[in-house]
Design a protein around this ligand. Structure first.
Ligand code: ATP
Ligand code: MG
Length: 379
């Protein structure tokens, strides 16, 4: 009987007169089963005579829960409980996550405000999630860059003032001596005055070109021309200077003709700046070679020398304006430190790249590339 309550079926037993004598639910005792119910049951036959009926049924009386109902109900309860548990967990996780992110973010926001107000030295040290660490690293990089640019901006003004002062002092001194009669207006004196004026104008012109290039506003007079021929002309121009220093100057080109599209004067200027440096910094008996190569849609021009090379520490900065690793030496040789900055500006204005490779004591190689023009290009 107990099995009936917890098991799958309801069991009803009726006697030979169809009266219920046993019911696992105990509800129909004494009642008579209908013909239909008897038909559903199993007859109990003893010695060929029907002595009773056993009826296994799943129908449950009103108010008593069936197995399916019990199952559905327990599943529903479990789902609701699980839902509540998940909600509570998600809420807690959200709260802690928000606290972990909001804390560093508010620190970052403050640092950004201080940076915007001119506090260039702002750097943050924050530990936490990978994303936060990445954000902080990006912020620190940006701050370092801004600080560098700010320093460069300040230095630029100081450098320009410094570069202008030297020729102006010479001019002023000589003019005052002329006025006082201490110096005669001989042709050499006039020539030296003229030299200083030329130096000044070149400096101002260089600065102007550089600022135009850096602002990406350099007007380019584009034409298609033979680069090999243009390089050869510059080499011829430098040949006398090279011979004077006993330096071998060679050209290594893959052919007689490589057509490029660009501003011929400015690209020539790039080569003049690179070759000028190579000849200036390479000691006598050295070698300077120019190599032109065409490869995968671009042409590269290298200027290699056997000079003193550039220290690894200075390499990243040589293209910056007014940067001279050895100021006293370069000053004695007359450089302002603008040549490479201008070369870089001009090459980049043509959509090209420029870089340097150098081994101290072995030599230096500057290379720049520019896109090759299509031979059938329209302009
Ligand atoms: P400017 O070109 O304005 O007359 P500069 O030659 O000093 O002056 P850059 O041409 O910009 O300036 O060169 C920057 C510095 O890089 C030079 O002062 C020099 O120290 C170094 N440098 C450039 N080219 C070479 C080279 N071929 N070999 C060794 N050092 C070089
Ligand atoms: Mg130079």
């Amino acid at each position: 009987m107990g099995w009936g309550r917890t098991g799958l079926e309801r069991v009803i037993l009726a006697d030979s007169n169809s009266f219920v004598v046993a019911d696992t639910y105990g509800l129909r005792l004494g009642e008579r089963l209908s013909e239909q119910e008897l038909a559903q049951g199993t007859a109990i036959i003893v010695n060929g005579q029907r002595v009773g009926t056993l009826w296994l049924t799943t129908t449950t009386p009103p108010g008593v829960l069936s197995q399916e109902d019990l199952f559905t109900r327990s599943v529903t309860v479990a789902i609701i409980l699980a839902g509540i548990a998940v909600l509570i967990l998600a809420g807690l996780a959200g709260f802690f996550l928000a606290r972990r992110i909001a804390g560093p973010l508010s620190k970052l926001t403050k640092a950004v405000h201080r940076l915007a107000a001119g506090g260039w030295e702002q750097r943050l040290v924050l530990t936490g999630d990978e994303e936060i660490v990445q954000l902080v690293t990006a912020f620190n990089d940006m701050a370092a860059r801004l600080e560098k640019y700010e320093t460069m901006r300040r230095n630029l003004v100081a450098d320009v003032a410094h570069e202008l002062r030297t020729p102006l002092t010479v001019l002023r001194g000589q003019l005052e001596s002329l006025q006082a009669g201490a110096l005669e207006a001989k042709p050499e004196v006039i020539m030296s005055l003229h030299d200083e004026i030329l130096r000044l104008s070149r400096l101002v012109h260089d600065l102007q070109e550089l600022s135009l290039a850096e602002a990406k506003k350099l007007p380019l007079h584009q034409e298609t021309f033979n680069l090999v021929e243009a390089v050869q002309k510059v080499l011829n121009f430098f040949q006398v200077e090279a011979e004077g220093k006993n330096i071998t100057l060679t050209l290594n080109a893959e052919g007689q003709e490589i057509q490029v599209k660009g501003d011929r004067d400015r690209l020539t200027q790039v080569l003049i700046n690179l070759l000028g440096n190579a000849l200036r910094y390479t000691p006598p008996q050295g070698q300077v070679g120019v190599t032109i190569k065409e490869k995968s849609g671009e042409v590269s021009v290298s200027v290699a020398d056997t000079g003193p090379g550039i220290a690894a520490a200075d390499l990243p900065y040589v293209f910056e304006r007014f940067y001279r690793p050895d100021k006293s030496r370069s000053r004695a040789q007359g450089g302002a430190g603008l040549g490479l900055a201008i070369a870089k500006g001009f090459v980049e204005a043509h959509g090209g790249r420029i870089w340097v490779e150098s081994q101290p004591g072995q030599g230096t190689r500057f290379t720049f590339t520019i896109p090759v023009s299509r031979y059938n290009s329209s302009s």
